[in-house]
Design a protein around this ligand. Sequence first.
Ligand code: C2E
Ligand code: CA
Ligand code: CA
Length: 600
Amino acid sequence: MPGMDGLQLAGAIRAHERDSGAHVPIITISAAPLPDHIVPGQDGGADDFLLKPIDLPALRHMLARWLAPGAPGAARQAPAILDPSFLTLGLAGVDAGQARELVDLFTACARDDLLACRNAIGQSGARMLPQYMHKLKSSARMVGAARFVALAESVEARAPGGAALDAAMLDELEAALDEVESAAGALGRACREAGAAPGHDAALPRAVLVVDDDPVARRQLAMMLAAIGVPQVRLVASAQEALALLAREDGIELVISDLNMPDQDGIELLRELAARACDQRLILVSGIDERTLGTAAELARAMGLRLCGTLGKPVRLAALDSLLRLPCVATAAPGAARSISAADLADGLRRDQFSVHFQPKVDAATLRPVGVEALARWQRDGEAVAPDLFIALAERHGLIAQLSEALLAKALVGAARLAERGFELHLSVNVSASWLSDLRLPEFILASTRAVGIAPAQVVLEVTETGLMSDALTALDVLARLRLKGYTLSIDDFGTGYSSMSQLRRIPFGELKLDRSFVHGATDKPASRAILASSIEMARKLGLTTVAEGVETRADLDLLRGLGCDQVQGWFVARAMPLEQLLNWLEARPVSCNGSGERT
Ligand code: C2E
Ligand code: CA
Ligand code: CA
């Protein structure tokens, strides 16, 4: 919830109750499993947890557990060794025998994992310990072994990431596992009997591939899929096996993949699937937090994959059932990208179909224009092609230098025209990473700038962080020399790439651009707000000018002003426009902007 989330609310209620000694049971509800460090009933606030979408039996069970006469009610309850209701509710449709099978599978795998941990202590395999701990917790959670989960969590707290795991801790975990094993003996009667297997439903996929390194998770999903009525379910333990199976066999209509796997993770699998133009539908599953799952989903969609949705672990039958029935069409159109070839691009260059539009950058406090960003446009036979698309294409086909040179020339001519008309604005230009691999770039840019009579100090070069990864040494060399020649370097799309912090330390940036994915709508998104606030704070400490892009509303602007952002850019101020239109726009502004935007 915006403002205060449910866990904070629970904490506040507990603080309030401290005087009266009261204890109202609190159940938190979320669409994703709680983060690993929060254990209901152990941490200060909430007693229990329900996963969305909530099914009626699960809610009924919660109410009975916390409110029924004779129930512990408000009293604290120790986590159950094995909570059979968890299995029956979570797996509705799974019979007693299957529930038992899952618990047995869990104990057997957990024994193997604990043994592997024991062997790994002090060895080179020790770096695998966190992976084992994560898997242990996740599968214990799946079968409702609450006490084991709590213990694994406390062990992790003592040996963060498994780094300082010792034999005594493993003894404790093994003892907890013994408890689960003996509790499993009573499971048979506790579980609900299976209903009749449903007949095949045309809305359901006929063949599903499950990819998960955890055998318990694989088995659980297979049971659920069978209970829902999917006729054919294939199970594999790794991304490699999944790719091999898909290459070998036809007919798989849907892939359900875990995100967190050793060797090749789920995101790498996504990339491989996109590269193979996979047309299967896709569901991503993970025990990690909602945000990561959301990012992976965004990525899958951007890659043009047919993502039906995501599921938190442990997976709930009702949620899985509804996702299975979605048709899920791809949102991005990879076809469009494929239908434009390198020859089309070269042809477009020859026919001078590329142009630049300019988007104003304004001072956040006064809204006075301080600069313009040049953005590439391609009008291809009357149809606009998205810049993200053709820039990437040019990079792939070795045409980026030629395209960038053409665009830079046009942008600089635009800046000179602005200066002529009395608008001394900074010109921001996007510099593609692959262009940075040319050691002669600084001299070329300097010559082009001089040719139009513009000072390098008036030009800002925007570089994306991810771009810097490819040929780091050459890029560093080129950027350092551009800075020496007087250009301002700007780190673009800040926060979306890798190792932002180390880039900031190594490269003499003068400006930081906050990516529009954090900016628009940030008032309602605590995570985005936190990222904005800390990025701006850090930029201030490093003496960088901050620019927020994607400011679409008054609320976005007010938030950024409040956070102390220096400049803003976005549709709330103006869209990117051709030079003539920009001149009209600037002339119509009430405040003169001549000579504005001193940069330090
Ligand atoms: P970017 O550098 O992050 O550019 C900002 C993008 O945000 C532009 O998209 C701009 O039109 C868009 N934008 C501006 N204000 C708003 C707003 O309020 N809301 C929303 N939703 N979007 C806004 P555009 O023009 O589609 O460019 C996309 C990307 O293509 C750019 O992202 C940049 O990475 C690349 N690009 C554009 N022109 C060039 C170029 O000349 N050279 C290179 N190498 N890359 C370019
Ligand atoms: Ca940019
Ligand atoms: Ca951006």
